[in-house]
Design a protein around this ligand. Structure first.
Ligand SMILES: Cc1cc2nc3c(=O)[nH]c(=O)nc-3n(C[C@H](O)[C@H](O)[C@H](O)COP(=O)(O)O)c2cc1C
Length: 440
């Protein structure tokens, strides 16, 4: 295995309740403050001090998860507003937020993400999702089927990127003498007419300091990969198994190349939940302690909902009978769930704990040094270009990641000691997509 010349890209999934389900029950969790600024700001400043590429906020537009007592998944932050607040209190770290293409309009989204970009000096990213639920809050009887959602998302991305490019980089002239602030010849209508949207343009905002905000995508299905490989700069993915991650990586880079894009310019970042201690025994003790927080009754209901499966009457210490799985699995994560249940023979209790730890993502139990070696092995072996690290509990898990794990990677030369640029595009090592205006 050859050492790669570049360094890892690392973002963190910002879930202030802690990524491990029910870890907010621990006495030091500050769960009283979920949804407010100060706590999430402190966590973000920790990530910035560790020189991470970005903090990432997921989003769903329904209270379904909180109604099942799944506090973590709800997030409790609306991405655009929290990122705008964080933009004002941070200077370097990238700010990635989720907006669903199914429940919004491209002109609004183009402005919101570009607004965060401007407020932060070129540090915004948009995580594009098509949402698997939320219809009842938007006047829809049912969710549109995935193919329709992705068709809409593809046209949506086309519109948003055209709007972001609707001002030439040098359109703002600020000519006091003539009274011309923007050279209107350099603002272009997009005149988009499509299946879902009719948008004249141009955008009513000056262009991005990083050329364009960063696009992030996490689809794993055929249409999801098609969208991501066409537009995205970063790909999030749930990959608990190294060999499968390598296959996914090779396949994704091949598709990107076939589309005429440079595969090195599309960063693949699987999730990872590091559960760490000074010794392996301490890390295992922490993992057991976190597992002991999990409410099994809620866990059953959450698994039923995530995988659309009926678990009534299944004993926690039994395996899930094969006939309980629907012929057509609910999501790509359900595939992993089924594999763990059948190929690996986990009991329902073990499945609930595994779901609580990783929710489909890989997790690691060991010392910070071992976690760093594990990450390096995946990186050098081309299973990824870095990671989206999910702190298992807050604030301690974030602190451990930033103050113990990252230094182990830095010592080995696999992660930056300081930021070398000001924009998220700089941190990710991505080329400018179009001529950019002077960064002074
Ligand atoms: C790290 C990660 C973060 C995600 N964040 C969100 C999110 O915030 N909101 C959401 O609706 N879906 C989110 N998803 C789900 C994806 O958008 C996507 O629906 C899922 O990976 C299944 O892929 P598919 O839509 O191609 O079937 C996330 C997935 C991953 C791996």
């Amino acid at each position: 295995m050859e050492r790669r010349s570049e360094q890892m890209n690392i973002t963190t999934f910002m879930l202030p309740a802690g990524y491990h389900k029910d870890s907010w029950r621990l006495p030091g969790s500050r769960a009283e403050e979920l949804g407010y600024l100060d706590f999430v700001l402190e966590l973000t400043l920790m990530a910035e001090a560790a020189k991470l590429d970005a903090v990432f906020f997921g989003d769903i537009v329904t209270a379904d998860t909180i109604l099942r007592n799944d506090v973590k998944m709800n997030g409790l932050y609306e991405p655009v507003t929290v990122l705008a607040a964080l933009a004002a209190r941070t200077t370097k770290i990238g700010l990635i937020g989720t907006i669903s293409t199914t429940f919004s309009e491209p002109y609004n989204t183009a402005r919101q993400i570009l607004g965060i970009d401007h407020m932060s000096g070129g540090r915004a990213g948009w995580n594009i999702v098509t949402s698997s639920r939320g219809n009842s809050n938007f006047g829809l009887e049912e969710m549109p089927d995935p193919a329709d959602r992705y068709r809409r998302a593809t046209e949506y991305l086309d519109v948003v990127t055209k709007l972001w490019d609707s001002w030439d980089a040098d359109a703002v002239v600020t000519d006091r003498e003539s009274g011309v602030w923007a050279d209107t010849e350099k603002l272009h209508r997009i005149d988009h007419r499509g299946e879902f949207f009719t948008v004249q343009g141009p955008l009513n905002m000056r262009p991005s300091l990083q050329g364009r905000p960063i696009l992030v995508q996490a689809g794993s299905s055929g249409p999801g990969i098609d969208l991501g490989s066409s537009f995205a700069d970063c790909i999030y993915t749930a990959q608990p198994d190294k060999r499968l991650a390598q296959e996914y990586y090779a396949n994704y880079k091949r598709i990107v190349t076939e589309k005429g894009r440079n595969p090195a310019q599309v960063k693949i970042l699987p999730g990872l939940v590091p559960i760490m201690g000074d010794t392996v025994a301490e890390a295992q003790e922490l993992a057991d302690h976190l597992a002991a927080q999990v409410n099994m009754e809620f866990g059953v209901r959450q698994l039923e909902a995530s995988h659309r499966i009926d678990l009534t009457g299944v004993d926690l210490d039994d395996r899930v009978p094969v006939e309980r799985f629907p012929a057509k699995l609910a999501t790509s994560r359900s595939e992993i769930f089924r594999r763990r249940a059948f190929d690996d023979g986990l009991t329902l209790r073990e499945l609930i704990i595994e779901d609580a730890r990783g929710t489909g993502h890989g997790f690691f139990i060991g010392t910070p040094g071992q976690a760093a070696e594990y990450m390096i092995d995946w990186f050098d072996d081309r299973a990824c270009d870095g990671f989206n690290v999910n702190a298992p509990f807050m604030p301690g898990g974030m602190q451990m990641m930033c103050e113990r794990l990252i230094p182990e990677l830095q010592e080995r030369g696999y992660f930056r000691e300081d930021y070398s640029g000001d924009t998220l595009r700089d941190h990710l090592g991505l080329d400018d997509p179009a001529p950019v205006i002077a960064r002074s």
